[in-house]
Each structure stands twice: as C-alpha cells, then as structure tokens.
Design a protein around this ligand. Structure first.
Ligand SMILES: Nc1ncnc2c1ncn2[C@@H]1O[C@H](COP(=O)(O)OP(=O)(O)OP(=O)(O)O)[C@@H](O)[C@H]1O
Ligand SMILES: [Mg+2]
Ligand SMILES: [Zn+2]
Length: 208
C-alpha cells in the first residue's frame, strides 16, 4: 500500500467501464479507480473465495496483478516516458459510497440501473494514477489561458486484434473467419444496443 488520500477533495467524475468507476482529485491531479461489483463478482467466479480470506484482500491481489502487468509488460513495450504504473492505495471508509453518490448525475443513465454497476463498498483500496484529463507539461500554454482551457483526452481502444485458433473449434466455423470484435458488433446491433455496426475491425489496425 502506498499514498494516503486527500480527504477533503472535491472528487470529479472521469468515466467508468464495466469494472470500475474513476474519480479525480482536481488538486493533486490524481485519479482513483474504484472497483465495481461486476469486477468482484467476476473475480469470485474465477477464483472462489476461501472462507478465511476477506474479499478486500482478494481485491488488493487483483489490483497488484494490474500494477505488475503495467510495470512489466506495458512500460517496457511503450517506454516509461508514456506509461506510469498505478499505485494500490488504501481508501477511507465511506469514500467509495460518497464518490459514487456525489457523481450520480454525471453517470450515463444505463450505468445507474444495474447492481453490477454499483461500486463495491467492501473494497478498502483503489488504483491511483495520474489524471490524464490534465496536461502536466503546460510549458507551451500561455499562463493566462492555463486555468480556462479544458484538456481533451482521447482513449484509443484497439480491442482484440487476432483470431483465436483453439483446436476445439471446427475449422469451418465462422469463429475462424471473423474476429470477436466484429461478431460482437453484429450482436449488439441486432440487440438494439447500437444503431449500426462500427466500420472498424481490430485486424485492420495491424494489417499494415
Ligand atoms: N488516468 C485516467 N485519467 C482520466 N480518466 C481516466 C483515467 N483512467 C480511466 N479514466 C476514465 O475512466 C474510464 C474507465 O476506466 P477503465 O477503462 O480503466 O475501467 P473499465 O472500463 O471499468 O475497465 P477495463 O477497461 O480494464 O475493462 C475510462 O474509459 C476513462 O474515461
Ligand atoms: Mg475501460
Ligand atoms: Zn474484425
């Protein structure tokens, strides 16, 4: 565990996915990635809990795996200049509930309905990392504009850029011809989740 949290911060909503809700401290320019129930449920399905083991210990172990992955895989591949590994930090009791409650209006409607989207209040830790909605190297920005200019942050999601070839799948199966992302796109459009499928295919990104 490292880093103590800034107790009186006004936590700002940064975004969320299936696994976590992310809030930022505007003073320290750090974000806290809080785990959702979806994450802990998936974790418990994969590694059923031993009754002597508290759930929060398990969550910390999973967070450490993420830190290890970023440190040992992402950073050497992409350079320390661009990759800052997160830190596992202790969070105070009630913080997760408070961060979720005060940011409720910022969240997409679809995320406010399901129980899996609730922050898991049993967790006593969060992954802390720099807030990428803040540019630290602002040398090129005139001082008078510094505070008033918003930062536009772009997340690039390449998705899974390969077709898996397990022997268990019949060679003639569609799963050997179409990537998982494209299959999911069709499924989501059919289910009415998106109005149309994306024209992006992850295989194209690496096709040259
Ligand atoms: N360091 C950061 N700075 C600013 N915003 C962030 C940062 N990390 C995450 N976010 C925002 O929070 C959202 C959710 O974070 P993240 O993608 O890590 O969680 P997730 O989608 O639940 O998990 P995963 O992507 O691992 O399945 C991101 O899409 C992004 O909008
Ligand atoms: Mg995500
Ligand atoms: Zn594809």
């Amino acid at each position: 565990m490292a880093r103590s949290m800034h107790e009186n911060a006004e936590w700002k909503y940064r975004g969320e996915g299936n696994c976590s809700l992310v809030v930022a401290d505007p003073e320290t320019h750090q974000v806290y990635r809080l785990v959702k129930t979806y994450f802990t449920q998936a974790m418990e399905t994969l590694y059923p809990l031993d009754s002597s083991e508290p759930c929060c210990d398990h969550i910390v172990m999973e967070m450490r795996k993420i830190v290890d992955y970023v440190t040992n895989v992402m950073q050497p591949l992409l350079s320390p200049k661009f990759v800052t590994p997160p830190v596992v930090a202790e969070i105070s009791e009630g913080f997760a509930e408070e961060a979720e409650k005060t940011n409720q209006d910022m969240r997409p409607a679809s995320r406010r309905k399901k129980s899996v989207d609730l922050v898991d209040v049993r967790s006593r830790s969060a992954l802390v990392m720099p807030d990428f909605c803040f540019v630290s190297n602002r040398d090129s920005i005139p001082v008078e504009l510094e505070e008033s200019q918003p930062t536009i942050s772009i997340e690039i999601k390449p998705k899974k850029a390969f077709i898996p070839s397990p022997v268990a799948i019949d060679r003639t199966s569609i799963k050997h011809q179409v990537c998982k992302f494209c299959m999911h796109q069709r499924l989501k459009t059919k289910a009415g989740k998106w109005p149309e499928t994306s024209h992006y295919c992850p295989l194209d990104l690496f096709s040259g």
